[in-house]
Design a protein around this ligand. Structure first.
Ligand code: ADP
Length: 174
């Protein structure tokens, strides 16, 4: 069973096999985690993203899908780019958010990764409420069938960290 841990901090500093990027479908960079990963990792990541766009994802990486590149100058070995859903008040898009965690773990398995760091996907620029985002993240990863041994959720601020702590406690009590 995969072991879940929580860290407060910047995901680009994690020395894990794979860090997951909350990317957008262009794969060409953005704000938040995406910006930090490209800034920290350097041009090597963007070059591979450009090649993926040209060869495999001409229309962009669809929401809920995941694809890997190397990690450039980051301490991790790989970056798994996934595209979270934009929060909607009128439409339930949680299946897409679940797919991001599942697909990222599937890609991590393909790479042979044993340690994976996730941000709280969709809870920044994409507006997903943090409590619900944390519940989906913890629930999906704990139920996943994977060879990954440790999943580290790396939370940028105190509110996100507290939301993940609560979700983890709820999952353990169940
Ligand atoms: P999205 O577009 O999927 O919402 P964001 O990158 O805007 O992605 O935000 C996702 C989450 O990651 C937010 O909770 C945000 O506070 C957090 N975040 C932003 N930068 C970092 C970072 N360097 N390391 C870890 N988490 C981060």
């Amino acid at each position: 069973m995969v072991s879940l841990t929580l860290v407060r901090g910047d995901i680009t500093e994690e020395a894990v096999d794979a860090v997951v990027n909350a990317a957008n479908s262009s794969l060409l960079g953005g704000g938040g985690v995406d910006g930090a990963i490209h800034r920290g990792g350097g041009p090597e990541i963007l070059e591979q993203c450009r090649a993926l766009r040209a060869e495999r994802y001409v229309d962009g990486l669809p929401t809920g899908h995941a694809v890997a590149t190397t990690a450039g100058r980051l301490p991790a070995r790989w970056v798994v780019h996934t595209v979270g859903p934009v929060w909607s008040r009128t439409e339930d898009r949680s299946a897409d958010l679940i797919a991001c965690y599942r697909e990222s773990l599937r890609v991590a398995d393909e790479l042979g990764a044993r340690t994976v760091a996730f941000p709280a996907i969709s809870t920044g620029i994409y507006g997903w409420p943090i409590d619900d985002g944390a519940r989906i993240a913890v629930g999906t990863v704990s139920a996943a069938v994977t060879a990954v041994e440790e999943v580290r959720f790396v939370l940028f601020d105190e509110i996100a960290y507290a939301a993940f702590e609560t979700s983890l406690r709820d999952a353990r009590d169940r």
